[in-house]
Design a protein around this ligand. Structure first.
Ligand code: AMP
Length: 440
């Protein structure tokens, strides 16, 4: 169905509002990604929709662009929250908010991002913005529930709900919160759900709360072909020596080192700082301000090496990562794909090295089953011993889902250098001329 290739679709060919097209023109977004080409017409028709796609496919624009068009078309209540977007993490909420600011530039539609972990001043600002009627609210479930419980927010006129990374919300234990939120919406509403996978709980929720949803599925469960992936099978105690060996070969710059626990992240950060590496840590013990600072310093290249838990494995938009090192083998094969997907973005090349200890060999087997390939093993650095071969490498029978063909979809970042103060009819004319002239 939707896995098939489709002819190129230009944003201009879709029924998007002029204000949205103007913003896209400024950002040099011209052609749709597959998820956008397939989702936008359904959403514009007001249909419920299930989109099975991951970060990097352009899913944010796939729902924001038609939503902005719909809100502009509908005569929306100025004092109501018309559209609610739920995100599992603050980082993703902020990223959606940033995208919204770009796409809504000419629309006059306003949005507010609402997430936990901030100070009382921000909480009060959020409350005020609900009262004034934020057109679009982007929220993490916990924070939204707090506002709902305090009576700060009324969802009875919220006619559009978008759930982004629904499977992640399930993993994080937010499913009941989401159901509670769904129950507060009016009967006549549009529900749009994006998820990288469709676990049974999400499927059941879709059946309960959605009306004959359209389904669009983009298979990108495999990492980009440009990622040079390799494995060290090693003893857990030898991991620090291997990391040192890797960083002696490749001086880390734009590198993310993932570990499965925040304790290990903290220890590794101390150890690597002592060795003189310019590194920073990222995990859920940091408050929002600290997280923002760490991410900004890394984005601005003030930090060379980010040591992180899976908090940054999804939804973070940094395109030029040189290498991802998995200090611990991820438990979920999809997390592996997400983690290493931080590198080789936007058509660049990248490296992903994973350290697998004796206990985690079965996890590696699951990853290799998902990828349908055996990843190359690296020889251990001199002096380190091979771990003992277990009698069987895969204790549990899990996973093994067959996936479709890999489809790398690495997109250039938008350029914001076009003049924004040109009057809209002129911009429209320019867009039309550009299209007729066949320029890219
Ligand atoms: P997402 O999957 O929504 O996180 O988007 C991944 C990246 O692709 C973001 O940096 C977007 O700004 C960019 N992007 C999304 N759609 C397009 C498009 N049609 N053309 C160019 N870049 C895009």
């Amino acid at each position: 169905m939707s896995d098939e290739l489709h002819p190129e679709v230009y944003f201009e060919d879709l029924e998007l509002s002029d204000d949205v097209l103007d913003a896209l023109w400024d950002m040099r977004f011209e052609k749709c990604t597959p998820i956008q080409a397939q989702c936008i017409p359904h959403i514009l028709q007001g249909r419920d929709l299930i989109g099975i796609a991951q970060t990097g496919t352009g899913k944010t624009a796939a729902y924001l662009l038609p939503m902005l068009t719909l809100l502009a078309r509908e005569h929306i209540d100025a004092d109501a929250v018309n559209c609610l977007i739920m995100s599992p993490t603050r980082e993703l909420a902020q990223q959606i908010d940033q995208a919204l600011q770009g796409f809504s530039y000419y629309t006059g539609i306003n949005g507010v991002a609402v997430y936990g972990g901030n100070d009382g001043v921000r909480f009060e600002q959020e409350r005020k913005s609900f009262q004034q009627g934020a057109d679009i609210v982007i929220a993490t479930p916990g924070r939204l529930i707090t506002h709902l419980q305090l009576g700060n927010l009324d969802l009875s006129r919220t006619t559009h709900l978008i759930l982004d990374e629904a499977d992640r919300m399930l993993d994080m234990g937010f499913i009941d919160d989401i159901k509670l939120i769904m129950k507060q919406l009016p009967a006549q509403r549009q529900v749009i759900l994006f998820s990288a996978t469709m676990p049974p709980e999400i499927d059941a929720m879709a059946k309960e709360f959605m009306t004959s949803p359209a389904e669009v599925r983009i298979a990108v469960s495999k990492p980009a072909e440009k990622i040079d992936q390799s494995i060290y099978v090693c003893r857990d105690a030898d991991k620090p020596a291997i990391v040192q060996h890797i960083f002696a070969e490749i001086h880390p710059q734009r590198v993310i080192l993932f570990s499965s626990s925040k304790q290990r992240v903290k220890e590794l950060t101390v150890a690597l700082k002592r060795k003189g590496f310019n590194c920073a840590q990222m995990h859920s013990d940091l408050d929002q301000k600290e997280r923002n600072e760490v991410m900004l310093a890394f984005k601005q290249r003030k930090t060379d090496l980010l040591i992180a838990t899976d908090i940054v494995s999804r939804g973070i938009d940094i395109d030029d990562i040189q290498m991802v090192v998995n200090y611990d083998c991820p438990h979920d094969p999809e997390d592996y794909v997400h983690r290493i997907g931080r590198t080789a973005r936007a058509g660049r090349e990248g490296k992903a090295i994973t350290l697998v200890n004796e206990k985690d060999r079965h996890l590696l087997a699951r990853i290799e089953r998902l990828l349908e390939e055996k990843l190359p093993r690296r020889p251990l650095p001199p002096g380190l011993k091979q771990p003992e071969e277990p009698s069987h490498s895969e204790p549990r029978k899990q996973g093994g889902k067959r996936r479709g063909n890999p489809r790398s979809n690495h997109l250039a970042k938008p350029h914001h250098d076009a003049p924004k103060n040109v009057a809209s009819p002129q911009r429209k004319k320019k867009r039309t001329q550009q299209k007729k002239g066949g320029e890219s």
